[in-house]
Design a protein around this ligand. Structure first.
Ligand SMILES: [Zn+2]
Length: 246
């Protein structure tokens, strides 16, 4: 299983950067996880639009879904029309981004396959497990497994024992860490810090921890330092172009 980071910024894309977006590949199957703002130009540096086999979305905030629109446009507007793109999401998560476009054929470009957070299901060669994690709108934490390896991804999530359970023993915890040390009180239950994510990774006994969704301005080195107080194994910050082979 191979993970390619397309973007790792939270909230909005900084200069030259992109929001949440991850290409997960196994056995020739290409799964795009969270097509957030500005990930499509980076994706197209790696693969063509019609090479994506499915999309999996954690929740409906635009920093996680906005670039579904240019991906579908590219699939519609290229010479050989691509097949309908299966897009897995919790109910309603894609309704706003799919309503963005006036092109009537867009409705046919995407096949929404809804799941409930808590469901387990398959996408191509991947086994998907999910949990409802605390956020301001319904957000599915996702554990993506193939061939005995797994990536657990939080989307956006406040601190949660459900995440520790979902991530137990995972090979890579890809965790939202919008802030380094602490989350401002208004968002303390719906977003996470690197310090807290480090504690959760330690409790879940994950093999590696990748911090992602850093708000532009959050210092990556300070974030790694904060997480490493509790988690003493491999830690990195998700940056576009990073590739992890599991
Ligand atoms: Zn969000």
């Amino acid at each position: 299983m191979r993970l390619t980071v397309l973007g790792g910024a939270g909230g909005f894309p900084p200069a030259g950067g992109a929001c949440s977006g991850y290409l997960v590949e196994h056995d020739g199957f290409r799964l795009l996880v969270d097509p957030g703002y500005a990930i499509v130009p980076r994706l197209f540096e790696i693969v063509a639009a019609d090479a994506i086999d499915a999309v999996l979305v954690s929740h409906g905030h635009p920093d996680h879904v906005a670039d579904l629109n240019p991906l579908l446009r590219a699939r519609l507007m290229q010479d050989d029309e691509a097949p309908r793109l299966p897009a897995y999401a919790v109910p309603g998560a894609l309704s706003l981004v799919l309503a963005l476009d006036q092109i009537s054929a867009m409705k046919e470009a995407c096949e929404v396959r809804e799941f409930s957070a808590g469901d387990a299901f398959a996408i191509g060669p991947f086994a998907i497990d999910s949990r409802l994690l605390p956020h301001s709108i319904p957000n599915a934490g996702l554990r993506i497994s193939a061939d005995g390896k797994s990536i657990t991804y939080t989307g956006d999530s406040g601190p949660s024992d459900d995440l520790v359970e979902l991530a137990a023993g995972t090979d890579l915890l890809l965790a939202e860490a919008t802030y380094a040390e602490s989350v401002p009180s208004g968002n303390a239950t719906v977003l996470n810090s690197a310090a807290e994510v480090g504690r959760q990774a330690h409790r879940a006994r994950t093999a590696r921890l990748m911090l992602t969704h850093l708000l532009p301005g959050t210092d990556p080195e300070a974030s790694i330092a904060a997480a490493s107080r509790s988690f003493d194994d491999w830690i990195a910050v998700a940056t576009p172009g990073t590739i992890i082979e599991l």
